[in-house]
Design a protein around this ligand. Structure first.
Ligand SMILES: CC(C)(COP(=O)(O)OP(=O)(O)OC[C@H]1O[C@@H](n2cnc3c(N)ncnc32)[C@H](O)[C@@H]1OP(=O)(O)O)[C@@H](O)C(=O)NCCC(=O)NCCS
Length: 242
């Protein structure tokens, strides 16, 4: 829209540096305690290291997700497409306070979990993925991010929703998660129901349920040599085997 100026002006145009626009487009970040790397023994005896993904790994992760989103079973396509957008949102600073965790075995990227902080109290669970099947890697990744929210960040509520039968069965149903009235309250993933966990319910029930399913607990700190072995994504599982 253009209107005539109500006063004489000495400059009829103003040039903006786009870097002045950027702070208005980005949400100011909260000061979040980073995820401390952890390790866990899988049921087949292998050790998985879970660590925060590094921003410079995003292009490789995006490339892999562009293949995962073509897998037409078990909802890997829709979850893959959304995870692609979330990784890009993190990479391009268009996601508020995200955290992005990768599960790694001997340099191979086998698990993914991410979310974001709505505020100090509420953690929004975004997505969880097993990139190698049958090892309960997805369950471990979900457990790890919920434990991060409650036990490390000290948050009060966990807001999840489910886009696949495996996710709903394992977590929504398995944890008997209550939901907020719908459609009044909707999850940002497609407007579906918000299934939530309170800190109290996490402490009395859900942590134990997840630990039982996972069959082991997270161990910290991770020895330097194991961290170094998993510091880079050097391999990814063939998408045909997912
Ligand atoms: C949901 C998800 C993260 C769960 O991961 P997971 O806990 O590692 O479990 P899996 O999906 O590998 O396997 C689930 C069960 O089916 C079996 N299974 C299914 N497909 C299998 C396969 N191709 N190979 C081996 N086992 C398989 C597993 O043995 C397992 O049973 P068990 O735990 O009793 O041993 C994973 O299925 C996934 O990434 N799905 C696509 C994305 C998705 O739906 N994310 C959640 C959105 S709500």
């Amino acid at each position: 829209m253009i209107l005539e100026t109500p006063e004489k002006v000495s400059q009829t145009s103003i040039t903006l540096d786009v870097r002045e626009i950027e702070p208005l487009l980005q949400a100011p970040p909260m000061d979040i305690q980073p995820f401390p790397a952890a390790m866990i023994t899988l049921k087949d005896g292998r050790t998985m290291v879970i660590r925060e993904a590094r921003l410079e790994e995003a292009p490789l992760m995006l490339e892999y997700m562009s293949q995962v989103m073509k897998i037409d079973h078990d909802f890997y396509d829709i979850v893959g497409a959304r995870v692609y957008a979330e990784i890009l949102g993190w990479y391009r600073n268009r996601l508020k306070d995200p955290y992005t965790l990768v599960g790694m075995i001997d340099g191979q990227w086998v698990g993914f979990a991410n979310g974001r902080l709505m505020n100090e109290k509420i953690n929004i669970s975004l997505h969880t993925m097993a990139l190698a099947r049958g090892g309960r890697i997805g369950a471990i990744m979900y457990y790890t991010k919920a434990a991060y929210a409650f036990d490390i960040l000290g948050q009060d509520e966990w807001w999840a929703t489910y886009e696949s039968y495996n996710g709903w069965h394992r977590w929504g149903l398995g944890m008997a998660q209550p939901s907020y009235p719908w459609p009044e309250v909707q999850h940002e993933l497609g407007g579906a129901k918000v299934y939530y966990i309170t800190k109290k319910y996490w402490n009395t029930t859900v942590r134990k349920y997840l630990q039982q399913m996972v069959g082991a607990d997270l161990i910290r700190p991770v020895p330097e040599e194991l961290l170094a072995k998993n510091a880079q994504i050097t391999a990814v599982p063939p998408v045909e085997e997912i």
